[in-house]
Every structure is written in structure tokens, then in C-alpha cells.
Write a protein that binds this ligand. Structure first.
Ligand SMILES: Cc1ncc(C[n+]2csc(CCOP(=O)(O)OP(=O)(O)O)c2C)c(N)n1
Ligand SMILES: [Mg+2]
Length: 286
């Protein structure tokens, strides 16, 4: 996989965000806040870090990537299309009857989609299973799984976290999109994961108490993403990268607002968002 400079990654991430809005307009529904908060994570993974080959899906040396919070799939689809898994024009078939790009990822149909998801709280356990399988086969491949913060309200996520340290899965990395919102409100108003005192860092402490190595980063900063992924692994210890992000990142009109967890067909707002992002893209390209 070709490596990119941070400037190139910023442009790619902007393009992926534009793709998301075009998909939402075409579908008339979907999700906006999570795809945008995780756009830089997906850009970094697919355009810089992951060992993957869109022309050779069963490449022996590939990394395994799983998405747990399946509703943010527009950003996954966009990253896959732009890295050659299927034509970018197909993105506009999001959520259409018979499309390969369903509203929640379906591994049987979509090239590059390794796991199906949508029912939250399952991807972590699936990733643990894959990592255990690779260890059993003495394979060196690595497993990466993106999860949302909302999924950490589910017991199954913590069972996966607990199992990963028991089975010494140093071939496993979780990336948490810590955007602090969930379906219709702020996480801390619905079911808090911490006391919101960032000094205390209690969410990271939870992972540490389950014997994980934890790195807290700004999930929109490519240097911080790179350093976190490249940080040496501790033998026998799984790694969690807590990517602190902004819901709806990139479009000020929708940032930090749980109302945009899902998309309710506001095409004028989508058009304004695309214009804003295209202006950003043209300025970056100068
Ligand atoms: C098992 C399960 N329970 C409930 C839902 C409904 N649901 C869809 S998204 C969501 C919010 C989860 O929080 P998060 O993923 O952090 O949301 P975001 O940051 O994308 O707004 C919920 C409860 C679901 N998809 N699966
Ligand atoms: Mg969230």
C-alpha cells in the first residue's frame, strides 16, 4: 500500500467526507455524525497503514480489518471504493434494493468487507475470534477493529476486552471512535462511560484495568494516529487506541450535535456541507 503525506491524507479525508454526503443525498437516509468523526481514522488505515490489496482479497500477508459499529459504513464504503475495491460510482447505490452497499455492512456481498455488523457490540468479539484463530495457526497477521464509544455500554464489548487479555492477543488493536455522542444525545447524558473529567481519563483506565495497553490520541491528527499505530507492542498485551474525535467533524454546521447521528434527508444541508468541503479541498490543493 502506497504511503501518503499528511497533506495528501487531509485531501483524501475531505474527499471521503464529500462522498458520504453524496451517498446520503442519493439514499435519502443513513448516518452522518459517526462517518465524519471516523473519516480520518479510515483515511489513515486505508491510505497509509493497513496491509491490504484491493486486487488480492485473500493476500496471505494482509491485515484483517473489522468494523463493529456498522451504521457508520458509508465512510468504510468510501474508503474501499477510493482504494479500488469497487467503482466509486457504486457509492450512490447506498441502501438501494439489491445494492452491494447496504445500510449496514454485509460481508457476503461487499468486496473488502470482512465482517457483517449493525447489531452493535459484536465486532469486538468477532475480532477477538479472528485474532485467536491466527494465533492458533501461528500466523503473524494483525487484526484491527474500529468500535464506537456507544458500544462500550454493552456487556459483550467488555467480554471481548476481557478475553483479549486472557488470550494474550498482541496481534489485536481496537480503535475507539470516542465522539461522545450516541443515537440521540450525548453519551454522558444517556449512560456515562466516565465522569467527563478529561484529566482523570477514566475510560482509558477501564481498558487498563482489563490489562490492555492504551493510547489516547486526537483522532483527527495524522501524526498522532501514526505514532499510536506504530508504537511498539507489548508482548502478550492487546492495544487500544482511543481516538478522541468530534461528531460530524469537517462540517461546522453539524459538528458535536447528536441530532446528526442519523440523516433525515435534509438535502439543502447536505449540499451546503459538500460546498464547504469542496472549498476546503480546492484550498488544500493550491
Ligand atoms: C445491539 C444494538 N442495540 C441498539 C442499536 C441501535 N443503535 C444504532 S446506533 C446507536 C448508538 C450507538 O452509539 P455510537 O455508536 O457511539 O453512535 P454514534 O457515535 O454513531 O452517534 C444505537 C443505540 C443497534 N444498532 N444495535
Ligand atoms: Mg459515538
Amino acid at each position: 500500500m502506497k504511503k501518503h503525506t499528511n497533506e495528501e491524507l487531509i485531501n483524501i479525508a475531505t474527499q471521503l467526507r464529500i462522498d458520504v454526503f453524496n451517498m446520503l443525498i442519493a439514499a435519502g437516509s443513513g448516518h452522518a455524525a459517526g462517518p465524519l468523526s471516523s473519516a480520518d481514522i479510515f483515511t489513515f488505515l486505508y491510505f497509509d497503514y493497513l496491509k491490504h490489496d484491493s486486487q488480492n482479497l485473500s493476500w496471505e500477508d494482509r491485515d484483517y480489518f473489522l468494523l463493529s459499529n456498522g451504521h457508520i459504513c458509508p465512510i468504510w464504503y468510501s474508503a474501499l471504493a477510493r482504494s479500488g475495491y469497487f467503482p466509486a460510482e457504486e457509492l450512490l447505490s447506498l441502501r438501494k434494493f439489491g445494492s452491494r452497499l447496504q445500510g449496514h455492512p454485509w460481508n457476503i456481498k461487499t468486496p473488502g468487507v470482512f465482517n457483517s455488523s449493525g447489531a452493535l457490540g459484536n465486532g469486538g468479539g468477532q475480532a477477538v475470534g479472528v485474532a485467536i484463530g491466527l494465533k492458533m495457526d501461528n500466523k503473524p497477521n494483525h487484526v484491527y477493529c474500529v468500535l464506537s464509544d456507544g458500544e462500550h455500554q454493552e456487556g459483550s464489548t467488555w467480554e471481548a476486552i476481557m478475553s483479549a487479555s486472557k488470550f494474550k492477543l498482541d496481534n489485536l488493536t481496537f480503535i475507539v471512535d470516542r465522539n461522545r455522542i450516541q443515537i440521540d444525545a450525548m453519551i454522558n447524558d444517556v449512560m456515562p462511560l466516565d465522569s467527563a473529567d478529561t484529566e482523570k481519563d477514566e475510560f482509558a483506565e477501564k481498558y487498563k484495568s482489563f490489562m490492555w495497553d492504551v493510547i489516547n490520541i486526537d483522532g483527527h491528527d495524522f501524526d498522532e494516529l501514526r505514532n499510536a499505530f506504530e508504537a511498539p507492542r507489548k508482548k502478550g498485551v492487546p492495544k487500544a487506541i482511543i481516538a478522541n474525535t468530534i461528531a460530524g467533524k469537517g462540517v461546522p454546521e453539524i459538528e458535536n450535535n447528536p441530532r446528526f447521528h442519523d440523516w433525515r434527508g435534509d438535502n439543502e444541508l447536505a449540499a451546503r456541507a459538500i460546498k464547504h468541503l469542496q472549498t476546503k479541498l480546492s484550498q488544500q490543493e493550491l
